[in-house]
Design a binder for this molecule. Structure first.
Ligand code: 4NP
Length: 164
């Protein structure tokens, strides 16, 4: 990898306005708390282009703000080059993973592509972060809980990776 960071992580969902910006913001916040911000680069993208250039959905901004987290960035489309640029590419659900597998097949990148919730310590058989876009506000709280506990577990994983 060519960047100054040791590790890089890309969150990917469909629109890049609800789930993946939250993943990006929560992970960045937890890394900041661990003093790892300079060592780990975090970004997010979408498999669909409908919201390109837009800020995160106000409902994601709201749930993040209630937990003291600021969401940054504008929606962008995931690209083939992301598989070269990032070490971890996280799909928020199975449909995102299928789309990303296709894109990965067009690349010769070395990113580790997986479902984000593969790192969730509370697994119940379904590893999707459900799409909250068309649901009520409860969906955003549930999403926050899932994303936050999975980020906590992933930070533990990174801590051991960075110490070896
Ligand atoms: P996200 O949510 O993939 O978590 O950003 C969605 C945002 C927009 C749409 C679908 C899901 N949409 O259909 O526009």
């Amino acid at each position: 990898m060519t960047s100054k960071h040791d590790v890089s992580v890309l969150f990917v969902c469909l629109g890049n306005i609800c789930r993946s910006p939250l993943g990006e913001g929560v992970l960045a916040h937890r890394l900041d708390q661990e003093g790892l911000s300079d060592r780990v680069r975090v970004d997010s993208a979408g498999t669909g282009a409908w919201h390109e250039g837009e800020p995160p959905d106000p409902r994601s901004i709201d749930v993040a703000t209630r937990h003291g987290i600021t969401l940054r960035g504008r929606a962008r489309l995931v690209r083939v080059g992301d598989f070269q640029e990032f070490d971890y590419v996280f799909a928020m659900d199975g449909s995102n993973l299928r789309d990303l597998r296709y894109l990965e097949s067009e690349s010769d990148g070395g990113a580790a592509l997986s479902l984000f919730r593969a790192f969730d310590p509370h697994q119940d058989g379904d590893l999707d972060v459900p799409d909250p876009y068309y649901g009520g506000p409860d969906g955003f709280d549930l999403m926050f809980e899932m994303v936050d506990r999975t980020c906590a577990a992933f930070v533990e994983h990174l801590l051991s990776e960075l110490s070896t």
